[in-house]
Ligand binder design. Structure first.
Ligand SMILES: Cc1cc2nc3c(=O)[nH]c(=O)nc-3n(C[C@H](O)[C@H](O)[C@H](O)COP(=O)(O)OP(=O)(O)OC[C@H]3O[C@@H](n4cnc5c(N)ncnc54)[C@H](O)[C@@H]3O)c2cc1C
Ligand code: FES
Length: 259
């Protein structure tokens, strides 16, 4: 897997569009071709206010690149920082640091992508770089399903408002496993853990998960983003991840702290 720490740049908000209730697609113009080498799974630390509150920037996954100098994120307003970001009008200047962290290792062979809720942010970017055979998306309800146009998507919703009535794991029975050599999973810890337990054993070593943890710095200094490692001790989400081989995580300890 590749890791990087990109520059800290002033950018301009080029687009701010509400694509689902409370979910925004935001495009930043970067005044230079600095994101061309970004990998799917890498993230940006986005300044949400220039003043002292909130103190830290907010980590958001790169959802796609546009042309030479634009980068997109998709985020949900869940608290103070993301709410402030949601109200930034087009033309606002702010600072972003990135690309940061380790992205997906883009291996050859067929891929299965599995996303839960907003965990699907960035899967379209990944699909554009690999041989994507199938995408499974799950959410509580249809208004939490991110659109992934042009991809072979199967959906499940907990309230039955779209696709299969149930959980994303209920879709695993529809997968043509012989075509799959790589799996990417992104979503809440409980969902990722349930997926890992149910995929064929031969694919466990070929499964990469995109992790999330509360972050401070975003580049390995504050130790605020620890995840339990299978080898004992901890991994840092921001520099060992966010994309981590599923086999490197101690799922029992992680699930215990984040259900
Ligand atoms: C590497 C990485 C990539 C991410 N990519 C995306 C993305 O593409 N789109 C998106 O919508 N969100 C993404 N997140 C989550 C996003 O960073 C948080 O939702 C955001 O920081 C919340 O900030 P806030 O000030 O709005 O909320 P706060 O007021 O700080 O908290 C509100 C709620 O969100 C939870 N929360 C806060 N920060 C995080 C965090 N870092 N991870 C998980 N939960 C958190 C809190 O526990 C609380 O329940 C990502 C997180 C990480 C670590
Ligand atoms: S966020 Fe500071 S070490 Fe990871």
């Amino acid at each position: 897997m590749m890791t990087a720490q990109g520059p800290d740049l002033e950018v301009t908000v080029l687009e701010n569009r509400e694509i689902l209730p409370g979910v925004h697609s935001m495009v930043f113009r970067t005044h230079g071709n600095v994101y061309a080498d970004s990998l799917p799974g890498q993230f940006l630390q986005v300044e949400v206010s220039p003043g002292p509150f909130p103190v830290t920037r907010r980590p958001l996954t790169i959802d796609g690149l546009h042309g030479d100098d634009c980068v997109r994120v998709v985020f949900e307003s869940v608290g103070s920082g993301t709410s402030m970001l949601a109200f930034k009008p087009v033309g606002t200047s702010l600072r972003i640091l990135g690309p940061l962290g380790r992205g997906y290792e883009l291996r050859p062979g067929g891929w299965l992508l599995i996303g839960g809720g907003l965990g699907a942010a960035g899967l379209g970017f990944l699909a554009s770089r690999i041989d994507c055979r199938s995408v499974l998306l799950g959410a509580a309800t249809s208004s939490r399903l991110l659109p992934l146009p042009g991809l072979p998507v199967l959906t499940a919703t907990e309230d039955g408002s779209r696709g299969t009535h149930g959980l994303v794991t209920d879709l695993l029975g529809s997968v043509e496993w012989t075509a799959i050599e790589n799996v990417a999973v992104c979503g809440p810890v409980g969902m990722m853990d349930a997926v890992i337990r149910q995929i064929p054993e031969r694919l466990l070593g070929m499964t990469q998960v995109s992790t999330e943890a509360r972050m401070g710095c975003g580049y390995g200094v504050c130790e605020g983003c620890s995840l339990p490692a299978a080898a004992g001790g901890y991994l840092k989400c921001c520099t060992d991840g966010p994309v981590i081989p599923a086999a490197d995580i101690d799922w029992e300890r992680w699930r215990g702290g984040n259900t």
